[in-house]
Each structure stands twice: as structure tokens, then as C-alpha cells.
Design a protein around this ligand. Structure first.
Ligand SMILES: [Zn+2]
Length: 207
């Protein structure tokens, strides 16, 4: 793919997709190349995500890069003083003001690379992502491999005790004992509460 970055000023690029689509890996790849070019790089991640290691962004394949854990978007702006490039992992976990933060950084001439889930386990747009995607110059939607059919997966399926999680469940359950799978549109299963709302007379083996 031929891609031209703006030749002056900053910009926002977003790497999104479902779980297991390689978002963190792609973020790390881009940030490493910037570091190799001698650019000053800040890597921030939402403090809520304690997966693997609090001070690193770690991909499922084990690639890692040191990162600052931040609790709010304002901290990203503070830490980015003197940087050329700011990478933000798991950006969907931040409150909506993170979009203004990204815009402010890009307006100041920084390259902002944000990675995160575009949709939650209900296949609904995740937190700040719709606005961020609209304001970004460059967007990459990565695909995973569907756990069911092996096709291109674009959704994150949450399973609780092996069954599709109810729509009414909490969006963020870090460290919970849920299982997640990447699924395609055809294999994605909505929760029992969604199916029952569609068909009140629905009878299942569990009811
Ligand atoms: Zn599938």
C-alpha cells in the first residue's frame, strides 16, 4: 500500500480492530521505526489495563516496548512535552476527552498513533473510537482470524461460562475470567438478552 504522510504539521493515525488482530504489534512496529529514525517517542497506555506488564505495551505475540501508564488524557499531554511521536495503546479505555488530546497534540505538530478496539463485545462502537476515527488522517482496520470458521474476524466475542455474554454486562472487565474470541459477522453471537428482546417467545435449553 502506498501511503503519504503529511509533509508538514502533525497528524493522527489509528490502528483498530477486534482482539487478536495484532493492533499492539502494529503500534510497536511503527513506534520502533520512529525511534530508529532518532525521533523522540512517548508511549502511553491506559492504567486500567494491567495485562502482562504495567510499564510496557506488550503484544499477544510477546513483542514489548516500554510505556507510561496514565490514568487520564491530560497526563498524556503533560508527558508528551518535547516528543515528536506519541503512541497510545488501548485508547478505547480513555474517556471521550482523549480525542481532544489527540487533536491538540497533532495541532502542535506531533504524530499521534492510537491503537484500540473499534467495537466492544456487543459489536457496538467503543467509547471515544467513533469520534477519533472521524478526526484521524489515517485509519487501519485490522482483521483477526475467526475462531469459528477461519474467515476474517472483525468482532470480539465475549463468552461467560462458554455462552455469549449478555448485552447488559459491563463493557470493561479487566482481569475477569471471561474468554474472548475473534469472530466474523456471521459467527458473532449476541447475548441471550438480545435474542430474547428480538423474540419474546424464544425458548432455550437454559430457560
Ligand atoms: Zn466466522
Amino acid at each position: 500500500m502506498i501511503r503519504n504522510h503529511p509533509s508538514c504539521g502533525g497528524w493522527i493515525e489509528v490502528v483498530c480492530g477486534p482482539m487478536f488482530s495484532g493492533k499492539s504489534e502494529e503500534l510497536i512496529r511503527r513506534l520502533r521505526r520512529a525511534e530508529i529514525a532518532g525521533q523522540r517517542v512517548l508511549i502511553a497506555k491506559a492504567q486500567i489495563d494491567d495485562r502482562y506488564d504495567i510499564s510496557h505495551v506488550v503484544s499477544h505475540s510477546g513483542h514489548r516496548i516500554r510505556a507510561v501508564g496514565v490514568e487520564d488524557p491530560a497526563s498524556i499531554e503533560r508527558f508528551s512535552e518535547g516528543c515528536d511521536v506519541v503512541g497510545i495503546d488501548e485508547i478505547q479505555f480513555f474517556d471521550p476527552s482523549v480525542v481532544e488530546t489527540c487533536v491538540a497534540l497533532a495541532d502542535r505538530g506531533l504524530r499521534v498513533i492510537a491503537a484500540g478496539l473499534d467495537t466492544d463485545f456487543r459489536a457496538e462502537p467503543f467509547g471515544p473510537m467513533p469520534e477519533l476515527l472521524a478526526r484521524a488522517e489515517i485509519v487501519d482496520k485490522l482483521q483477526a482470524v475467526c475462531h469459528r470458521c477461519g474467515g476474517a474476524a472483525t468482532r470480539t466475542q465475549r463468552l461467560v461460562n462458554g455462552l455469549p455474554a449478555p448485552f447488559s454486562g459491563d463493557t470493561i472487565q479487566v482481569g475477569a475470567l471471561d474468554a474472548y474470541e475473534a469472530r466474523c459477522r456471521g459467527c458473532f453471537e449476541p447475548g441471550e438478552d438480545v435474542l430474547r428482546a428480538r423474540d419474546p417467545h424464544r425458548v432455550t435449553a437454559h430457560s
